[in-house]
Write a protein that binds this ligand. Structure first.
Ligand code: PLP
Length: 389
């Protein structure tokens, strides 16, 4: 995975920084495009996973749509080449300004998550004298069997409309004169590796569609969200099995004539294409064992602190025999660790460390806590010498 040439290149940069393999991104995009076309599925890349403009321009060049959760994401998607009629907009807390923006930009669908939001979208659309396409985001109460902080489809979660809400909407659908109720939207969680979860989701969607038939309501589109996981333990497992993933839906979901099927993958597209490079600042012995302090922290990658995520960590400067280390960042917070009891070749101050699989929810979740600078990004196909040591 790391040629001597690549390691020598990476060693020339100030740390911390993100490094993206755009060749792998292209291969991943090609794979998902090919798999989706087998089933005639539509892909909307979820910008929240990574909204780096250079990467977005690559992703949009494959003709995919975008899944956005803020007005700024809509603006960024448009700027980076996504076509407005392929943008979907979800989120439990859309502001009036964001709703107005999405109406002005003629996006594909506003995915509404509450009864009150439907009223607000209807009233803003009425003031603009428009009829707006919306999808109803339903909370199907399906357990994604993933970390609780990235579970979104249970009734205890804040997302989506309940089945009771759905019945209420159907019984007075004529009152939403400025809405074109076009679709149903679901997103039950992220980093889902148990594909049975998606067959359960499909069956739940079938049941919900049968309720809707009682109202003579046949959605034109079904959006099944994102969620497919990646292999954090084995980053060399570079491209998820998109065909197996789509096959689960093809085998379990009832699709009506003329109904289009949509997905919003984020992590599975960009996750394995990024790594975070950091240097060892200090090593110390504690009563608990050996501790390495690196110059990246949860400001560059918050997943371990927020989701107890375990990313593979590699020392690019040492081939020595293995020792066991805890690996922490410099942030003044107890949770600022990248790993506990990690086996690494004997490590010393100045060693270059790669934290793998950070393409998704790394750079987009970065913060400037402790007044730290945002880390730059470099790419395998473009090397910017301004950042050289
Ligand atoms: N769609 C919605 C509504 C989301 O909230 C998310 C992420 O949480 C995604 C899509 C992308 O999910 P993933 O990166 O797991 O594919």
């Amino acid at each position: 995975m790391f040629s001597t040439e690549l390691i020598n290149k990476l060693k020339k940069f100030n740390t911390p920084f993100y490094f993206y393999d755009t060749d792998l991104l292209h291969k991943t995009l090609f794979a998902i495009k090919e798999a989706a076309s087998l089933f005639q599925y539509n892909i909307h890349y979820a910008l929240k996973a990574n909204a780096n403009p250079k990467l977005l321009k690559i992703i949009s060049s494959y003709g995919f749509g975008a899944d956005c959760v803020s007005g700024n994401e809509i603006e960024r998607a448009l700027h980076c080449g996504f076509s407005s009629d392929k943008i979907v907009f979800a989120g439990v807390g859309k502001t009036d300004l964001e709703i107005k923006l999405s109406i002005e930009k003629h996006i594909y669908s506003i995915n509404c998550e509450s009864l009150e939001e439907l009223e607000v979208v209807n009233s803003i659309a009425s003031k603009e004298n428009k009829r707006v396409r919306v999808a109803l985001r339903i909370n199907p109460n399906v357990d994604a069997k993933t970390h609780k902080n990235i579970t979104t489809g249970l009734t205890v979660n804040k997302f989506g409309l309940s089945i009771d809400d759905l019945h209420r909407i159907m019984s007075k659908i004529d009152k939403y004169k400025n809405l074109h109720m076009d679709g149903l939207h679901f997103h039950i969680g992220s980093q889902i590796n148990n594909l049975n979860v998606f067959s359960e989701l499909s069956k739940k969607v079938n049941t919900i569609q049968s309720y809707l038939e009682e109202y003579n309501f046949y959605p034109n589109h079904i959006n099944l969200g994102g969620g497919l996981g990646i292999n954090y333990q084995k980053p060399e497992d570079q491209i998820p099995d998109f065909q197996a993933y789509f096959k689960i839906f093809a085998n379990n979901l009832n699709v009506n004539a003329n109904q289009s099927i949509h997905f919003e993958p984020g992590r599975s597209i960009i996750g394995q294409s990024g790594m975070l490079l950091t240097r060892v600042l200090y090593t110390k012995e504690t009563e608990n064992g050996k501790l390495i302090i690196v110059d990246a922290g949860f400001t560059e990658l918050i997943r371990p602190a927020l989701y107890q995520a375990q990313h593979k960590i590699v020392n690019l400067s040492s081939n020595d025999c293995n020792e066991t280390y805890d690996i922490a960042g410099p942030i003044c917070e107890t949770s600022d660790y990248f790993g506990r009891s990690v086996k690494l070749p004997r490590t010393k101050r100045g060693d270059l460390i790669a934290i793998m699989s950070v393409g998704a929810y790394g750079e987009t979740m970065a913060s400037q806590y402790n007044l730290r600078s945002l880390a730059p990004s470099f790419y395998n196909d473009v090397i910017s010498y301004s950042a050289l040591i």
